[in-house]
Ligand binder design. Structure first.
Ligand code: ZN
Length: 191
């Protein structure tokens, strides 16, 4: 096959898109279901993957983070510094729905749309997720641990929910000695 015959569309043919930062209004919207998986949908996925690859240690990205208000996410926890054994590698999900949750797990989360903060967030330890793949086929999978957390974090984005919305007591984790001294000084000045 000559070079000229190589298809123009290659793997990872997406564009790197600008990541929207909190408080971008699009990050607080409920995204629309994808009614039919089209070339445009696949293009959004390609762009999400390409953008994720430019972000060190980023293990997932949701379409609203690049300004597309559709229910599309990509997750790849094999990019983590210490990848979890038995992970699914790159997952590209359209209209993902968490069908089942089990157990609970508190872990430190961050988000490329909220770069200044990390916090401890409680999530289910295991999830079953149903979704459409890039060919429009219905699929499901079970994930646990770090991968389950990443999936819940990304799917939350599709409902305009950020990890900060799930933090109940970030200050307790950041400065463990703070509350005792603050409470003795003044009970009402912290909110
Ligand atoms: Zn995020």
């Amino acid at each position: 096959m000559s070079r000229a015959a190589v298809p123009i569309r290659m793997a990872n043919s997406g564009m790197v898109r600008r990541v929207r930062l909190f408080p971008d209004a699009g990050l607080k919207q409920r995204c629309c279901e994808v009614e039919r998986v089209t070339a445009d949908t696949v293009s959004v996925i390609d762009d999400l993957v390409e953008t994720m690859l430019t972000l060190p240690r980023c293990v997932g990205l949701a379409a609203p983070q690049v300004g597309v208000l559709e229910r599309v996410v990509v997750v790849d926890v094999s990019r983590a510094a210490k990848p979890q054994a038995g992970n699914h590698g790159l997952l590209c999900m359209i209209n993902p729905v968490v069908l089942l949750k089990a157990g609970s797990l508190v872990s430190r989360e961050g988000c490329v749309s909220v770069p200044e903060f990390t916090a401890h967030v409680a999530r289910a330890e295991r999830v079953a997720v149903e979704y459409l793949d890039v060919d429009g086929r219905r699929r499901d999978l079970e994930a646990k641990g770090y991968e389950a957390v990443a999936l819940q974090h990304e799917i939350d984005h599709l409902d305009g929910v950020l990890f900060l919305d799930r933090v109940k007591s970030a200050e307790v984790f950041r400065r463990p000695g703070y509350w005792a001294s603050a409470t003795s000084r003044n009970r009402t000045s912290h909110r």
